[in-house]
Design a binder for this molecule. Structure first.
Ligand SMILES: [Zn+2]
Length: 376
C-alpha cells in the first residue's frame, strides 16, 4: 500500500492530535516536528500522548511516520556555540524520536555561512559523528534532506550528500530525504528525466539510502535555487511529474510526505489541499469525495476548455508574470490557484453550495488532467 500523508501538527495532545489530523486527510503516514520548527523548546516526553497516539495510529492503519528536526539548528556553523547547541539539541531530539518509536528524523544538513562549501561539508560530518556517537543506544537514523541551494545551504547536490556520508563513521545510520521541490530548484530534471536523475542519485549516493520523499510542487523554474513550495499541480513540476515520482519503482515503500502550502482567500479560510492531493495521487478520490466530485471536475474541464485555459500554461504563465513583471504583480498579486478559484467562483461552473475548500479541491483535481476522468 502506498504510504502517503503530510506534515501535521504535534501541538496539544502530541501524537494523538497528530494522528487525528492525519486521519482527516486519509493519510497512511505523516510527519511531525516535536515542537515549533523554528525553536528548540520542547515538552517532556511524558506529555506527548505516545501510547494514546499509537493506539489511534493502529486503528487508522498508519504504520511508519517521520520526525523533522527544527530547521534552525545548523551543524555547518563555524561558531562553536551554534554548533554545540545543534549537536546537543539533535541528540535530545533523537532520543525523543526513539521514544515515539520513529526510525527516521529528517535534517537539513546545514549552512556554511561565511566559510565555504568544503568547510561546511567537513563541519556537518564532524557534527553528525558527535550526534550519532552520543545516541548509539537508539535505532534512529538521520535522514539528510536534499536542499534547493538557497543561500549557503549544503545538500544542493547529490555529491555534497555523498561527501558528508563518506566522512561519517556510523554512516549506516544516515539515510536521505528527497524533496521534489528542492531537487527541482537545485536543477535536477524530474519532469523530463526522472529515471536519469534517480539513476544518477543511485550512482552517487545509493537509492537504498532514501528513507523518505517530501512531495512538493515548486513556485520556481528548475535551477532557481529558491525553495518555495506550491500545492501539487499548481507549480512548475506539475501533477504528472509528481505522480510519476510517487509511483516510481525505485522509491516504492517509502513514506511520501506533503508539505504543500494551505490555500484560501483569508487566513481564516485557509485549508490544506492534502486530502485532495493524497486521494488523487493514491487514486481513490471517488471513494473519498463521492461520484459528484468527478462530475464537478468534468464541469471544470468544460468551463476552462471553453475559455481555452490550459492548466499547465495558466500555472506557469502566472508564476512567470509574478516573478518577472513587478508592475503586473503589484496590480494583481494573486497566485495561480487563487486566480482559478476566482474564475470559478464568479461563474456558475460549479454548484453554488460548495465551500471555498471544496472548489479548490476540484481545481486540484482539474490539474490532474482528463486522464483522471477516464480512470475513474
Ligand atoms: Zn525539510
Amino acid at each position: 500500500m502506498l504510504k502517503i500523508g503530510s506534515h501535521v501538527s504535534f501541538s496539544d495532545k502530541g501524537l494523538l492530535t497528530a494522528t487525528e489530523e492525519a486521519v482527516t486527510y486519509g493519510s497512511s503516514t505523516f510527519m511531525i516536528y516535536t515542537g515549533a520548527p523554528q525553536n528548540t523548546r520542547r515538552k517532556p516526553i511524558e506529555s506527548l500522548y505516545i501510547e494514546e497516539g499509537k493506539l489511534a495510529m493502529d486503528k487508522a492503519g498508519i504504520g511508519e511516520i517521520v520526525v523533522h528536526a527544527p530547521y534552525i539548528v545548523n551543524l555547518g556553523s563555524y561558531k562553536d556555540s551554534t554548533f554545540d547547541l545543534a549537536v546537543q539539541f539533535l541528540q535530545e531530539e533523537i532520543r525523543r524520536t526513539d521514544a515515539i518509536g520513529v526510525r527516521n528524523i529528517v535534517l537539513h544538513p546545514g549552512a556554511y555561512t561565511d566559510k565555504d562549501a568544503e568547510y561546511g561539508i567537513a563541519r556537518i560530518a564532524e557534527g553528525l559523528n558527535l550526534v550519532l556517537e552520543g545516541t548509539k543506544e537508539t535505532k534512529v537514523n538521520i535522514a539528510l534532506e536534499t536542499m534547493a541551494g538557497k543561500g549557503t545551504e549544503i545538500g544542493r547536490s547529490f555529491e555534497e550528500l555523498a561527501q558528508i556520508i563518506d566522512k561519517v563513521g556510523l554512516n549506516d545510520r544516515l539515510t536521505v530525504c528527497m524533496d521534489t521541490c528542492h531537487m527541482h530548484d537545485a536543477g535536477y530534471d524530474l519532469i523530463g528525466d526522472l529515471d536519469g536523475t534517480l539513476e544518477q542519485f543511485d550512482r552517487i549516493v545509493g537509492l537504498n539510502r532514501v528513507a523518505i520523499v517530501h512531495v512538493n510542487d515548486s513556485k520556481n523554474p528548475r535551477g532557481a535555487g529558491k525553495d518555495r513550495h506550491a500545492p501539487v499541480g499548481a507549480g512548475w513540476l506539475g501533477y504528472d511529474a509528481i505522480r510519476s515520482i510517487v509511483h516510481h519503482d525505485g522509491l516504492a515503500g517509502r513514506p511520501f510526505i506533503l508539505e504543500t502550502p494551505w490555500i484560501g482567500k483569508t487566513d481564516k479560510t485557509q485549508r490544506p489541499m492534502y486530502e485532495a492531493e493524497i486521494a488523487l495521487l493514491r487514486g481513490d478520490a471517488a471513494e473519498r469525495f463521492g461520484e459528484s466530485f468527478f462530475d464537478h471536475v468534468e464541469r471544470l474541464h468544460h468551463f476552462f476548455g471553453k475559455q481555452e485555459v490550459d492548466h499547465r500554461e495558466f500555472v506557469l504563465g502566472t508564476w512567470d508574470v509574478l516573478k518577472n513583471d513587478a508592475k503586473a504583480k503589484k496590480a494583481d498579486p494573486r497566485e495561480p490557484m487563487e486566480r482559478l478559484y476566482d474564475l470559478v467562483a464568479e461563474s456558475d461552473a460549479l454548484p453554488g453550495d460548495l465551500s471555498e475548500e471544496q472548489i479548490n479541491q476540484r481545481i486540484t483535481a482539474w490539474f490532474a488532467g482528463k486522464q483522471l476522468l477516464v480512470n475513474a
